[in-house]
Write a protein that binds this ligand. Structure first.
Ligand SMILES: Nc1nc2c(c(=O)[nH]1)N[C@H]1C(S)=C(S)[C@@H](COP(=O)(O)OP(=O)(O)OC[C@H]3O[C@@H](n4cnc5c(=O)[nH]c(N)nc54)[C@H](O)[C@@H]3O)O[C@H]1N2
Ligand SMILES: Nc1nc2c(c(=O)[nH]1)N[C@H]1C(S)=C(S)[C@@H](COP(=O)(O)OP(=O)(O)OC[C@H]3O[C@@H](n4cnc5c(=O)[nH]c(N)nc54)[C@H](O)[C@@H]3O)O[C@H]1N2
Ligand code: SF4
Ligand SMILES: [Mo]
Length: 723
């Protein structure tokens, strides 16, 4: 084995019988060592392993990740719906024949567009690639989209528009440690990525951590005392905070005019757009005192390299992105970063914090409705010709763009909409907005096929459940939040008859008349993916398993075998036609479903440490389930007193979409005009029965984060009108 190329990054090796891999959950992709245990209690023992993002650390989910491998209700054999509404076990051949026959019949009767596919940001690069290829070349349907639409689409749209590229963080995470200031908007990484926090130590030591969140989160508390500033705006007013910060930087002559001149265009329009957002006016909308806004702007400017600082970073999370103005809000954060001269400079930068394990790779290889592998546009004739060449099909045979996730789900079973859906790696009835409507959509389908390793709430609605391998049972690659390509490695055999999704797609393809092009060996799939990505924005063509297995740390773009990868993008130029970053003026608008007399409180949603997403995996881990067993709502004591709620009692929450019940947790960490719910549970306490499926006009991202709610004790009936 050759030596790793970065000091703290032995990417490939683990002692003895142990296997070096990465956590099944979030985009930090903490490195783990899995050791087979002889006692049989668990299939593997989990340890943290040194790696640039986690430096040996894991969070509670990572430590307990092996429990999911042997969940007691693991799906271990194909299951087919029976006439009485239950499931019966089936052989693979029978289940696959059934799915292929029904797909064929539906397509013959209603056209190719009648089949849709829903993917996930947890799939390996190989699976995501194969899924996009299967949809476009076997099903030949335009309708594929994925849960990354709920996650990274606004950040991706804003980054692509401004920089011509979306690589999440355009720099190694460890770079944050050297900065004087880090501005974090709507991310709670102290809970969502705990080992991330060590990279904030430098900024905290120097008093430069700024956290913008309507709640006093674990992350916000890192910015307390002399370590930084916590700004707690009215929900959905971050845009105004950003416009005011940019206003102050310009008004006080703190902008990096030389950088703006050399590396951007569109600055004049942006300057005009922030002119009217002086801090006192912003205060009336966002509730942050004007002086605090000024202090924050000066702190950031002092950290910027043009003012002699060590550097500053601006990071966004779902708190500012999952909005109908999400793309605009990220654009405002980018504009502030550009005015401070931070982007494409060593020691400074801007980036969204990607969420899912393969949230980054998941958006590069073609499971997004408008994209082909290599982060190419499916509408671009040259991109179609290149990818069609790799796939051995005619460019004209490739369908055009489909529709974004929310629209796709809403169209199911309706006039002209798809009548069959294949789900790979998402539990939409828990995690999609306006979840009761999503459940109704799925019930209109003629055929629902769900690939999963557990009977998720969505799988339980399926006509056919196909059991898949996961995480420690498979080989593949993932791309983390810094665009670093990692190896996932197999440590144990999957139980029962669970099979790799690559094998399932190949078997289905064959039954649908395509006998080649769907190998089940991930290494072969990766080699093809690399070729398909060649020349694209996300160019993986120089990466292969041998380099990764030798411990090389490679961040894309990596256009040749001799290329070392690109830890820091944009250092010389932006990949835009003229090499400059594009500044776009943006303005504020209220959330689509804003507070009003009959729904006077903001509901914001997010996560807790112990549960991952829809909870399909973590609710099956006893230790995590015990720590967070049931849905809850955080309420400020002042609000609770006013409406007569007490700690531990059941509250009823009602929005224009639906009703949920949850146990009251009193806390002063949430604003008195706001309540908070996590979305990890199904059933009566499911937060997404309440959330709004209105979407951002550019990205298609739904407004998960903020909606108007009426909250009352369970004994008081409530009605809410539409916004
Ligand atoms: N434990 C855990 N970790 C995870 C995940 C998980 O499910 N559980 N999921 C992974 C994934 S896919 C993702 S996308 C990431 C998400 O990671 P984060 O973005 O950190 O997570 P969230 O909790 O969704 O949202 C962050 C914060 O947004 C705040 N917020 C709500 N409304 C507003 C607003 O109007 N303005 C501002 N400024 N903030 C607001 C919430 O109070 C919350 O603290 O986490 C990843 N890591
Ligand atoms: N209210 C509210 N709702 C939200 C959010 C929010 O902040 N607030 N955040 C949104 C965000 S950012 C996200 S990313 C989504 C995520 O929400 P979901 O898309 O529901 O994500 P998961 O719960 O991770 O679902 C993944 C499913 O795939 C299965 N799975 C895991 N690995 C594989 C595999 O390799 N193959 C297959 N076939 N299945 C696999 C798991 O068992 C699980 O059932 O939720 C969104 N929903
Ligand atoms: S922070 Fe994310 S990647 Fe790391 S152990 Fe926790 S869930 Fe896994
Ligand atoms: Mo996400």
């Amino acid at each position: 084995m050759s030596a790793p190329t970065e000091s703290a990054s032995p990417g490939a090796t683990a002692p003895g019988d142990a296997v070096a891999t990465h956590c099944p959950y979030c985009a930090l992709q903490c490195a783990q060592t899995l050791t087979r245990t002889p006692d049989g209690r668990l299939p593997v023992e989990v340890d943290g392993r040194d790696f640039p993002t986690n430096r040996g650390g894991l969070c509670q989910k990572g430590w307990t990740s092996a429990e999911v491998l042997r969940a007691s209700d693991r799906v271990t054999t194909p299951l087919i719906r029976t006439a009485d509404g239950g499931f019966r076990e089936a052989e693979w051949a029978e289940a696959l024949d059934l799915v292929a026959d029904r797909l064929t019949a539906l397509q013959e009767a209603h056209g190719r567009d009648t089949v849709a596919v829903f993917g996930g940001g947890g799939l390996t690069n190989e699976k995501a690639y194969a899924l996009g290829k299967f949809t476009r070349t076997v099903l030949r349907s335009p309708y594929i989209d994925y849960n990354g639409r709920f996650c990274m689409s606004s950040a991706a749209a804003a980054s692509n528009r401004a920089f011509g590229m979306d690589r999440g963080l355009g720099f190694p995470l460890a770079d944050l440690g050297g900065a004087d200031a880090v501005l974090i908007l709507g991310s709670n990484m102290g809970v969502t990525m705990p080992p991330f926090v060590q990279h904030l130590a430098g900024a905290r030591e120097r008093g430069g951590l700024v956290v913008v969140d309507p709640r006093e989160t674990v992350t916000a508390r890192l910015a307390s005392d002399d370590q930084g500033i916590h700004l707690a705006p009215v929900p959905a007013t971050d845009m105004v905070v950003l416009l005011a910060l940019t206003h102050v930087v310009l008004a006080e002559g703190l902008a990096d005019l030389h950088y703006l001149e050399e590396r951007t265009h569109g600055f004049d329009a942006v300057r005009r757009s922030v002119a009217s957002w002086w801090p006192e006016r912003a205060e009336t909308v966002c509730g942050i005192p004007a002086d605090e806004l000024r202090r924050t702007a000066r702190l950031l400017a002092a950290a910027s390299p043009s003012k002699g600082g060590r550097g500053a970073y601006v990071l966004t999370g779902r708190g500012v992105e999952q909005m109908t103005q999400g793309t605009a809000c990220v654009t405002a954060a980018i504009n502030l970063s550009l005015v401070l001269g931070l982007v494409g400079r060593e020691g400074s930068g801007f980036g969204p914090v990607t969420g899912q394990g393969n949230g980054q790779g998941g958006r590069e290889h073609g499971q997004k409705s408008d994209q082909l592998p290599g982060y190419r546009s499916i509408s671009d004739p040259a991109a179609r010709a290149h990818v069609a060449g790799v796939w051995g099909v005619e460019p004209d045979s490739l369908p055009g763009p489909g529709v974004p996730a929310v629209q796709l789900l809403a169209s199911l079973g309706r006039e002209g909409g798809p009548r069959a859906l294949l789900v790979h790696g998402s539990n939409v009835v828990v995690s999609a907005p306006n979840a009761d409507a999503v459940r109704a959509s799925l019930s209109r389908l003629d055929l629902l096929v769900v690939c999963d390793m557990v009977p998720s709430e969505t799988a339980l609605l399926a006509d056919v459940i196909l059991p898949v391998t996961q995480w420690a049972e498979e080989d593949g690659t993932m791309t983390n939040l810094e665009g670093r390509v990692l190896r996932r490695r197999k440590a144990v055999d999957a139980p029962g008859r669970a099979r790799s999704e690559l094998w399932i797609l190949g078997e289905l393809a064959r039954r649908l008349g395509v006998s080649e092009g769907f190998p089940d060996d991930p290494r072969t799939v990766f080699a093809e993916l690399a070729r398909a990505s060649a020349g694209g924005v996300a160019d993986y063509s120089g990466i292969d398993y041998d380099r990764l297995d030798a411990g090389e740390q490679i961040q894309w773009p990596c256009p040749s075998a001799a290329h070392p990868g690109t830890p820091r993008v944009f250092l010389e130029r932006f990949p835009t036609p003229d090499g400059r970053a594009r500044m776009t003026p943006v303005d504020h608008h209220a959330p689509h479903d804003d507070v009003r007399a009959d729904a006077p409180t903001y509901l914001v949603t997010g996560r807790v440490l112990q549960h991952y997403q829809s909870g399909a995996q973590t609710r099956r881990v006893p230790e995590l389930d015990a720590a967070q067993p049931a849905p809850f709502v955080e309420v400020h004591p002042l609000l609770a007193e006013r409406i007569g709620l007490t700690e531990g009692e059941e509250a009823v929450l009602t929005t224009a979409r639906g009703t949920a019940t949850a146990t009251v947790r009193l806390t002063e960490s949430v604003r008195p005009d706001t309540v908070f719910m996590a979305f990890h549970w199904a059933g009566a306490g499911s937060a997404n029965r309440l959330t709004n499926d209105a979407t951002d006009p550019i990205s298609g991202m739904p407004e998960f984060k903020v909606t108007a709610v009426a909250i009352a004790p369970a004994r008081v009936p409530v009605e809410v009108t539409a916004p």
